[in-house]
Design a binder for this molecule. Structure first.
Ligand code: NAD
Ligand code: UGA
Length: 460
């Protein structure tokens, strides 16, 4: 295998992971040619334009630094497979919606299609890297497909899961906590792993590049997301208890997070976690456990997702109860729609469930967000009682309540007196993200309902 002189990198899948990851590799490794391909021609055209298909702070500069030099975007998947020495596969692996495992298992159809395409079009020995998040032992299936033909070509399948978070992708890729690479414990597997490590070693210190076997690498990705989501669900479960007991979730978070064994991160109570991966990856883990007969382990992790659904419904229930047990005919400003700040991504955003539950109660909604309105429109195409307005001041006019769904920093700086003055009274604010100054809002005249803290109400 000519693994030590790898120079042509290909990434299949130009999404939230493929685009930024390859832009970083191209930037840090001028001695490699990096091509990203996708079947979505619109997405590829956008990557080559001034208006990238995804919003990430710093990404436009990163892409512009190498675009057309050693970073290329193309829709010609087959021709680029033929040229590649190393292929990262970063296609989507959503939750299966049909057949066995529907609602839990990973849908591997896109993944398998790329394996067959690689087999059909590779012209020389190739390293195939799983970048997508996959069930444990997927590499074995990939290997079987790749070696199923008559071809003399040798493929090595490695696992290299991605840990970037949206909104901080460029930062995370520049300075990762760790890069995880898993490979077969054979001489050719280890040689392929060396070639992969060589790429990251251009900018990541060696002690942050962790080498494991393939299965540990695949499982560690699911486990990392499960642990992070579990922390959010744990703190959210306690936020419900705080609201009953006058304990303050911010004080509780600080108190437990100060224990160095626990640490302060991911203890911010909220309306719930969103994003394309936490729920999908935990359900994938649950399905895997069930398929190995580990039913108690499956039930343990499934509870993390259940708690998240509960937190979102609980938020709506509190809104209705506080607004005199009805929101029918009331106008509500949904402030933020992205699943977190600094992204336009709305996949699994808690705002989706909250909007659906509120419209089921016959509320009229105005959705505002600095980056996510196009995606929000796609998420709620069937809801007629929803309008969209980027300007939060216009959106707030005549509203009875504000529901804060995303912690956009710009929302902390809004003129809430102006917003209050334009609203119907009594005016309510339900802070699903806990970043606003609740006392100041109360003093303006709002009835304030934070998560995990007692309400500040003028109505008692
Ligand atoms: P995405 O949906 O944004 O992008 C996937 C892309 O793959 C799409 O543009 C799609 O058109 C393309 N694609 C699908 N089949 C193809 C084929 N046969 N040939 C060429 N292109 C094809 O998904 P994403 O958010 O980038 O996630 C990709 C993977 O990375 C998933 O497994 C996800 O779990 C994982 N992941 C995502 C994140 C994140 O922050 N979004 C972080 C870490 C890991
Ligand atoms: C998450 C992980 O953090 C990444 O390491 C991983 O690569 C990625 O999933 C993935 O596999 O897709 P991401 O979903 O982009 O990244 O964003 P996070 O910062 O993890 O936030 C997820 C959700 O949890 C957001 O809705 C956020 O608002 C919420 N959250 C987070 C809280 O409610 N409280 C917290 O304390 C932290």
């Amino acid at each position: 295998m000519r693994v030590l002189d790898v120079k042509h990198i290909l990434c299949i899948g130009a999404g939230y992971v493929g685009g930024p990851t390859m832009a970083m590799i191209a930037n840090k490794c001028p001695d490699y040619q990096v091509t990203v391909v996708d079947i979505n021609a619109e997405r590829i055209a956008a990557w080559k334009s001034d208006s990238l298909p995804i919003f990430e702070p710093g990404l436009d500069k990163l892409v512009a630094s190498t675009l057309g030099k050693n970073l290329h975007f193309s829709t010609d998947v087959n021709a680029n497979i033929a040229k590649a020495d190393i292929i990262f596969v970063s296609v989507n692996t959503p939750t299966k919606t049909f057949g066995r495992g529907a609602g839990k298992a990973a849908d591997l159809q896109y993944w398998e299609k790329t394996a067959r395409q690689i087999l059909a079009h590779a012209t020389s020995d190739t390293i195939v890297v799983e970048k997508s998040t996959l069930p444990v032992r997927t590499a074995a299936a990939m290997e079987r497909i790749l070696h199923s033909g008559k071809s003399e070509i040798h493929f090595e399948v490695l696992s290299n899961p991605e840990f970037l978070a949206e909104g901080t992708a460029v930062e995370d890729l520049t300075n990762p906590d760790r890069v995880l690479v898993g490979g077969p414990e054979t001489p050719t597997g280890q040689k392929a792993l060396d070639a992969l490590v060589e790429i990251y070693a251009h900018w990541v210190p060696q002690d942050r590049i962790l080498r494991t076997n393939v299965w540990s690498s695949e499982l560690s990705k699911l486990a990392a997301n499960a642990f992070l989501a579990q922390r959010v669900s744990s703190i959210n479960s306690l936020s419900a208890l705080c609201e009953e007991t006058e304990a303050d979730i911010r004080e509780v978070s600080r108190a437990i997070g100060s224990d160095s064994r626990i640490g302060p991160k991911f203890l911010h109570a909220s309306v719930g976690f969103g994003g394309s991966c936490f729920k999908k990856d935990i359900l994938n883990l649950v399905y895997l456990c069930e398929s190995y007969g580990l039913h108690d382990v499956a039930a343990y992790w499934e509870q993390v997702v259940r708690m998240n659904n509960y937190q979102q419904s609980r938020f709506v229930a509190k809104m209705i109860a506080s607004m005199f047990n009805t929101v029918a005919g009331k106008r509500i400003l949904v402030l933020g729609f992205a699943f977190k700040a600094n992204t336009g991504d709305t996949r699994e955003s808690p705002a989706i469930q909250v909007c659906r539950e509120l419209t089921a109660e016959r509320a009229t909604l105005v959705v505002s967000d600095p980056k996510a309105i196009p995606n929000a429109k796609n998420d709620l195409p069937d809801l007629t009682d929803v309008t969209y307005e980027e300007d939060p001041y216009k959106a707030a006019e005549d509203c009875h309540a504000v529901a804060v769904m995303t912690e956009w920093p710009c929302y902390e700086k809004l003129d809430y007196q102006r917003i209050f003055d334009s609203m119907s009274k009594p005016a309510f604010i339900f802070d699903g993200r806990g970043r606003l100054d609740h006392q100041a809002l109360f003093e303006i005249g709002f009835n304030v309902y934070p998560i995990g803290r007692p309400p500040l109400s003028h109505l008692d």
